[in-house]
Design a protein around this ligand. Structure first.
Ligand code: URA
Length: 239
């Protein structure tokens, strides 16, 4: 059993103070009944909670889709530079979310933030081969030789062996779509630089079944939908 105010604020939608106010105003129903005491104990796995008539999902973990803007570090804290957590409200930050994998500081696009360590671990585990799709702008033009080289699996100058990767030139070839099944440090930039086509801008479009919401502007975030969460768990083979 958990306190109602603690449970609702743990969703990251409201602070504990805001929750107390919502409860006192009678806007929170537990199993259809208005509960006026924030300290009321409820069973999170069975209680049906609504706020202003809207169902509130009190799932134990939070999943956030962020459209990462350039300039933020994919880290949970840094003494000097802003991190991706800085775009979140304090209630959510307090939950201990972290980015699932990293995008470089200057890379934009889809980043998943969660406090579900198990899911993150499985999504990132090398054996999982979850597709990560990027759009890159390069100095030069992507040609068929580049496509073949990535498809064959490149070995970089420092000996790094890359899994076969997808490469699709876009437009006149100064842009391309790159599909990786792994996420080594600076991998897209290193592969394309090794082909003599240095990356000028990099943007992640998708990760597995998660596609960056076109409605999310850079720097904005939203919670994953139930369908997106289910799709992630499905590739995980999780219940
Ligand atoms: N590959 C890169 O080089 N940078 C990123 O941020 C992601 C993939």
């Amino acid at each position: 059993m958990e306190r109602l105010d603690k449970l609702l604020s743990s969703t990251g939608r409201w602070s504990r103070k805001e929750v107390k106010e919502l409860v006192r105003q009678g806007r929170v129903l537990v199993d259809g009944v208005s509960v006026l005491r924030p300290e009321e104990k409820v069973e999170p796995s069975v209680a049906a909670l609504t706020v202003d008539g809207q169902t509130v999902d009190c799932a134990p973990f939070v999943y956030v889709m962020l459209h990462k803007p350039a300039g933020l570090l994919s880290a949970t804290e840094d003494s000097r530079q802003p991190t991706v957590l800085d775009v979140l409200p304090p209630e959510l930050k307090k939950r201990g979310l972290f980015p699932v994998g990293r995008l470089d500081k200057d890379t934009t696009g889809l980043l998943l933030l969660t406090d579900d360590g198990d899911l993150a671990h499985r999504l990132l585990s090398p054996g999982k081969h979850v597709d990560k799709v990027y759009r890159a702008e390069v100095d030069g033009k992507i040609d068929e030789d580049d496509v073949q080289a990535l498809a064959a699996g490149m070995v970089l100058a420092d000996g790094l062996r890359c899994l076969p990767a997808g490469l699709e030139p876009l437009g006149d070839g100064s842009q391309c779509r790159v599909t990786l099944q792994e996420g080594k440090y600076h991998q897209v930039k290193r592969m394309l630089a090794a082909r003599g086509k240095p990356v000028l801008a990099l943007h992640r479009l998708s990760m597995g079944p998660l596609v960056l919401d076109e409605g999310l502007k850079a720097g904005n975030w939203r919670f994953l939908t139930a369908r997106e969460r289910a799709a992630l768990k499905e590739i995980e083979g999780l219940p």
